[in-house]
Design a protein around this ligand. Structure first.
Ligand SMILES: [Zn+2]
Length: 168
């Protein structure tokens, strides 16, 4: 853990009012990075400092989802280095994780259905009325993407879009 990077991120989170995610959690290197037998073993790095503002913005989005869900969430994947992203099967080649604009989050209690249900109303018809749309992620944009997966959800501050199927 890079202490200085952690402090800079922690300060950004505090100033932006992120309540549920710590700098240490958002500097998660990903499961495959730490598993010897995984393709991505040892390939991830901490995010370049200039990408930390993106990480703060996507943390604000995750914070809103966390508020709606009401239970602890675990950051499974955050920033990905190019080499790490390439090594992951199923990762988009131009993933928003490469720019620290995406987070994969999973429910601590494995209640994936509950998380999908809580996240769903933010998107789709009228989603922006739910409050999260009031956030400006920067660049004047208020858009976000969500992907539903068996393990949880992917959220990013890219263009407005949705994929996967919510478990219900
Ligand atoms: Zn993702």
């Amino acid at each position: 853990m890079n202490k200085q990077l952690n402090l800079i991120l922690a300060e950004g989170l505090m100033h932006s009012g992120v309540r549920h995610f710590s700098a240490a959690e958002l500097l998660e290197l990903g499961a495959s990075h730490g598993v010897k037998t995984a393709d991505g073993f040892g390939l991830n790095t901490l995010p370049p400092r200039e990408l930390l503002p993106n990480l703060v913005k996507v943390a604000l989005l995750a914070d809103a989802v966390r508020d709606a869900y009401g239970k602890p969430l675990i950051v499974v994947s955050a920033y990905r280095s190019p080499a790490y992203n390439r090594a992951l099967s199923g990762a988009a080649s131009r993933s928003f994780h490469l720019r620290a604009m995406a987070l994969d989050i999973a429910p601590a209690n494995n209640d994936v259905r509950g998380l999908h249900a809580a996240a769903g109303p933010f998107w789709g018809a009228g989603g922006q009325k739910r409050g999260v749309g009031g956030q400006d992620w920067g660049g004047g944009g208020q858009s976000y993407g969500i992907g539903y997966y068996r393990w949880g959800i992917h959220v990013d501050i890219g263009p407005m879009r949705q994929w996967g199927k919510a478990r219900s």
